[in-house]
Design a binder for this molecule. Structure first.
Ligand SMILES: [Fe+2]
Length: 199
């Protein structure tokens, strides 16, 4: 088995397409250096182990349950950033529609309220982590998680997620995490993609 089992997927847009909300420099570093490094580390760490034979999803769940922390950190981050890039598109879609909007209204009363709560939860993640939108039996839920943790590891269904590690926003927003999160929610989310992930 080649060491390059796990391959970083292409970005679904050009490096400068998310500017000015996310600059070309940030995408270059975040995708080209950080995201790539998680794949490189995962390939190196998993070689010769059972994880090397698994799908990326299975590595995330299995390494989390096994307490294989180094593998999980890199597999989780490899997986998390795929969602992160895939859920965005240049210009975004101003708001969701159809079933997605209905579910947001049911769970958060309004789209504006959802954005407000999502931003608050993002700010509530202490240090590095992610803010996720999860679909469960009762509807939608916003969950902040530390480091590489994601809903998949807990057997939950992910709809979208915003990276709140400083590497995601420091060049463009300095320390002002809520402005970064708001700007993505207002201007970059591909709601058709998120909606297609509904169960
Ligand atoms: Fe990141």
């Amino acid at each position: 088995m080649s060491n390059q089992k796990f391959i970083l997927p292409d970005l679904p847009f050009e490096q400068n397409d998310l500017a000015p909300i996310i600059s070309s420099d940030t995408v270059g570093l975040h995708y080209g250096k950080h995201h790539q490094a998680y794949f490189t580390m995962l390939n190196n760490l998993s070689e010769g182990t059972k994880y090397h034979e698994m799908s990326l999803d299975d590595v995330v769940v299995s390494s989390f349950n096994d307490g294989a922390q180094k593998i999980f950190n890199n597999a989780g981050q490899a997986w998390n950033h795929i969602i992160y890039w895939d859920q965005m598109k240049p210009g975004g879609e101003k708001m969701p529609s159809g079933k997605m909007l209905e579910m947001i209204n049911d769970s958060f009363e309004s789209f504006d309220n959802f954005k407000e709560q999502f931003t608050q939860q993002s700010v509530g993640v202490f240090g590095s982590g992610w803010c996720w939108l999860v679909q469960n039996d009762n509807g939608l839920e916003i969950k902040g998680m530390p480091n590489a943790e994601n809903p998949l590891a807990y057997g939950e269904h992910t709809l979208m997620g915003i990276d709140v590690w400083e590497h995601a926003y420091y060049l463009d927003y300095k320390n002002v995490r809520p402005d970064y999160v708001k700007a993505i929610l207002d201007g970059l989310i591909n709601w058709s993609f998120v909606s297609d992930r509904l169960k």
